[in-house]
Design a protein around this ligand. Structure first.
Ligand SMILES: Cc1cc2nc3c(=O)[nH]c(=O)nc-3n(C[C@H](O)[C@H](O)[C@H](O)COP(=O)(O)OP(=O)(O)OC[C@H]3O[C@@H](n4cnc5c(N)ncnc54)[C@H](O)[C@@H]3O)c2cc1C
Length: 633
């Protein structure tokens, strides 16, 4: 896997342990494991998928006590598992029972092979698996959603509802000084369920980040979440400052509310499809969902929704669930043996993602990095003990070193030529969602300095998708370059009527010259960061891609080769919120076209990608989406 975990087995033993048992017992009181009892009731709202957005929606809809909410989650309840809870363990639960472990299709045209696409299969969804970066894109990017035909979906709305999701704790003066930033508390929410703070452990790599980028002409940005994200910054994480655990959707939105009598959640429940009312005779009639069929423990159950079914299965599974329910492109449905109910060719299309690549450098011996947890068992035990005692520990460390840079900063005098490539590529695209690509051209032409095209990230350890040159016992730092506005559009579609068969995912990475050009130049930018005097301790050589990889062709071959590129795990737009004739599946109220009472609320509705890690944006969608549901109730 491209995302390694840092701590070894010895560290695992000492974690959280018995002090949490009481919390676990308390929290478990609302989750049911009795599928028959769950299905014997009907609910005002059924939420399909208890993930990042689904749990936020369930919490908001059940808040007033007026409505009953039933959540069906395919995964397990991971409550109290240190693998999910400890911030410095980020990456450790990939490939475990909490991960769908999806794989993309190899692409013979681009030459990009099959790649891993982790997705959370656990109460809390992908928020339990992610790397805890907590950030936001620029005002223009959210305003573009409105301009694409979605009244009300703009920066002002998203800023308000992203803040609603969070409760920010400012860093101590010591941490702020080490981070080399001045935090502006008023940019964050103070009342929301997700606890947000800065990691207390500030590594050498992180301390050097902003000074190093400044020497390259990338200005510092103390307010990256305030609508202008361009610049070098240190970002907070969704860490609970009271106990330094991950504040993902389950502990934020669900566990504190489990006692609600009107909220029920069933884990291990795989929704097979929605059920439709049989009335409605003419073709133009909107369909009404009566509920869903789900599987639990090898048995199948039907459960009734009195008002609405809300699909929150994420960017891979929401289109899958729609297609399994007969909503989608006729040929796709028929090939999988599904009878079409509502034909819409846009389901599963317009799939967008971010990708990243890396430059990994070996640091001089004696430098502590997250790799030390692997090699030095004494250090690992000490750090685990510090963490368990609530003291500052490397197990607090996540990924705070982030910079967003514009096309001009990345490409310099190659900018105009690159934009020309983008324009001529977009001209060749003939797809309903073309307006989203034209918006990206607008971004490049109108805002070449203020909309970020590339994200640069510093990681305090070995973090490349390839293991070549990696030597046990040595420590490393890795710089990542993540493309934020790929022109590539992919798709995700069912290939079977069995919900447990993974859908076919084709992201089409590097299917156009513009995407390749920015990714190539970004590797050069990462090398410049590595060459700054701030990182002169990383003097043991470039391990990945390696100093023999220099020309455009060599870098592109590396990027397309095994492990050269990784998803940044931010798929979206596969159930786009757009007018239907422009590629849409849901309306601005998030209602699936052709239905009366089915909505999709999760990252899949984002119509055009943003330059940000998207959990905060997804929660903004969930918070605002919940308001839209309640307005209609
Ligand atoms: C490894 C990784 C690292 C990431 N790093 C970051 C980061 O640092 N910062 C950031 O902001 N974002 C990050 N992201 C992205 C972010 O976490 C996701 O974009 C976001 O969590 C998606 O939320 P969602 O609600 O759309 O889907 P999810 O959170 O994935 O929720 C979907 C839920 O639906 C359930 N489900 C699916 N199908 C069914 C079914 N048929 N029946 C019942 N349940 C079903 C799933 O089990 C899952 O729980 C990362 C993601 C990953 C995977």
């Amino acid at each position: 896997l491209s995302a390694p975990s840092f701590s070894g087995d010895s560290a695992y033993e000492l974690r959280l342990a018995a002090r949490r048992q009481q919390d676990i017992d308390l929290a478990r009181r609302g989750t049911t494991h009795d599928a028959k009892a769950f299905a014997s009731k009907s609910y005002d709202y059924i939420v399909v998928g208890g993930g990042t957005a689904g749990l936020a929606v369930a919490a908001r809809l059940s808040e007033s006590g007026k409505y009953t909410v039933g959540v069906l989650e395919a995964g397990l309840d991971g409550y109290g598992d240190p693998l999910n809870d400890i911030p410095g363990e980020f990456g450790a639960n990939l490939g475990t029972k909490y991960d769908y472990n999806y794989t993309t299709e190899a692409n013979s045209e681009t030459g990009v092979g099959a790649l891993g696409w982790p997705r959370g299969r656990v109460v809390g969804g992908s928020s339990a698996l992610n790397f805890l970066v907590w950030d936001a894109a620029s005002t223009h990017e959210y305003d573009a959603w409105e301009e694409l035909g979605n009244p009300g979906w703009n920066w002002e709305t998203m800023d308000k509802y992203m803040r609603k999701a969070e409760n920010f704790t400012a860093p101590t003066a010591r941490v702020e000084k080490l981070l080399d930033t001045e935090v502006v508390e008023s940019n964050y929410g103070s009342n929301g369920p997700t606890q947000v703070s800065f990691t207390r452990y500030v590594s050498k790599q992180v301390q050097n980040w902003i000074p190093a980028l400044k020497t390259l002409g990338i200005a510092g940005n103390d307010e990256p979440l305030a609508g202008k994200n361009v610049g070098a910054s240190v970002q907070p994480a969704n860490i609970n400052a009271r106990n330094f655990t991950r504040s993902y959707s389950a502990p934020a939105y669900y566990y504190p509310n489990q006692g609600r009598k009107n909220l029920a959640l069933l884990p291990n429940a795989v929704v097979q499809h929605l059920n439709w009312a049989t009335s409605g005779k003419s073709k133009s009639d909107q369909k009404t969902a009566t509920g869903v069929t789900f599987e639990n423990g090898g048995k199948y159950y039907n459960v009734t929704a009195k008002k609405e079914v809300i699909i929150s299965g994420g960017a891979v599974n929401s289109p899958q669930i729609l297609e399994l329910s007969g909503v989608g492109k006729k040929s796709v449905l028929k090939a999988a043996g599904i009878t079409p109910v509502i034909e819409n060719d846009n389901v599963g299309e317009n799939l967008q993602d971010h990708t990243y690549s890396y430059v990994t450098l070996k640091v001089e011996s004696g430098t502590t990095t997250l790799d030390s947890l692997k090699w030095n068992t004494t250090f690992a035990s000490q750090q685990a003990a510090l963490y368990a005692a609530g003291k500052v520990s490397i197990l607090d460390e996540t990924v705070p070193s982030i910079a967003y840079i514009s096309a001009k900063t990345l490409l310099g005098n190659k900018t105009d030529a690159a934009i020309k490539k983008a324009v001529s590529y977009v001209k060749t695209v003939d797809a309903p969602y073309k307006a989203t690509l034209q918006k990206q051209i607008d971004f490049l032409q109108k805002y070449p300095d203020t909309i970020s095209q590339m994200e640069l990230i510093g990681v305090d350890g070995y973090f490349a998708g390839v293991a070549s040159g990696f030597e046990a016992g040595n420590n490393y730092i890795t710089f990542l370059s993540a493309s934020q506005h790929l022109l590539a559009r992919g798709s995700v579609h069912i290939n079977s009527k069995n919900p447990s068969v993974q859908p076919t995912i084709q992201p089409n990475y590097y299917n156009n010259e513009f995407d390749s050009t920015v990714a190539i130049e970004a590797i050069r930018m990462l090398r410049k960061i590595g060459n700054t005097k701030e990182y002169d301790y990383a003097n043991g050589g470039e391990i990945v891609p390696g100093s023999d990889v220099q020309t455009d062709a060599e870098i592109l071959a590396f990027l397309k080769g095994t492990g050269g590129t990784t998803t940044e795990y931010h798929p979206c737009a596969s159930v786009s919120m757009l007018p239907q004739n422009k590629g849409g599946v849901v309306s601005p109220k998030l209602v699936v076209y052709g239905t009366k009472n089915v909505r999709v609320i999760d990252a899949s509705i984002i119509p055009l990608h943003v330059s940000a890690h998207i959990q905060r944006t997804t929660l903004g969608v969930a918070e605002y989406g919940s308001k839209l549901v309640l307005d209609d109730a």
